[in-house]
Ligand binder design. Sequence first.
Ligand code: GLP
Length: 244
Amino acid sequence: IIFKDSNEASILVAQEIANLVREKESQNKPCILGLATGSSPIKVYEELIRIHKEEGLSFANVITFNLDEYYPMDKNNIQSYFYFMHEHLFNHIDILPENINIPNGKVSAEDLYQSCIDYEMKIKAVGGLDFQLLGIGRTGHIGFNEPGSHLNSGTRNITLDHITRVDAAPAFLGIDNVPRKAITMGIGTVLSAKRIVLLGWGANKAEILKETIEGEITSEVPATYLQHHNNTTFIIDEGASSEL
Ligand code: GLP
């Protein structure tokens, strides 16, 4: 769906999430949300905070799983996705701290593999992701699933693509400070979500969105795997749609 204005689009996405949270609450069920970082979802989070404050939407029945975290990364570091999520959403809503899940960027090398398995198992244990919010990187990554990622991949440690590190460099005050690795949910994890919404704003996403939406399904552009999913919507603005 192509929108003139990314603000208007973000508000609609937030409303869909809010409706899902309410629906699950009315069924006395937890609502399992997969969340993303980056600039793309910020307005969605702002709108969810507004709905919480002004319309009384409660997140008490919500369990979240974030897509990814840099590795190694201390959660108190302002560049961490832990910090980002608290700053842009969690500190402003009534979600229970124990219901927030973000890959642990501080786990030791020996425990890393098991912590990825545990993350995956925890998503399954609560019944799987009801909704997954995504952005897209210029390499075609979703989460941090860089080119070469397998269709059935699960949560794991991954080496970041050079382009991804270049894009992250401003936030880290230089590429030398950008971690070389990350922990990310896998393509398989993302595709297991019952509903997926990918956000893309601006002309610098136009080329990769063309490849993602119109190109052949290939591990070279991991976001093309979304073509396999039967309930995914790409919500993009005019700039991002300019190559379609
Ligand atoms: C990072 C995140 C991705 C995100 C991407 C795009 O690489 N790991 O999940 O989609 O950035 O970020 P932005 O939304 O700022 O363009």
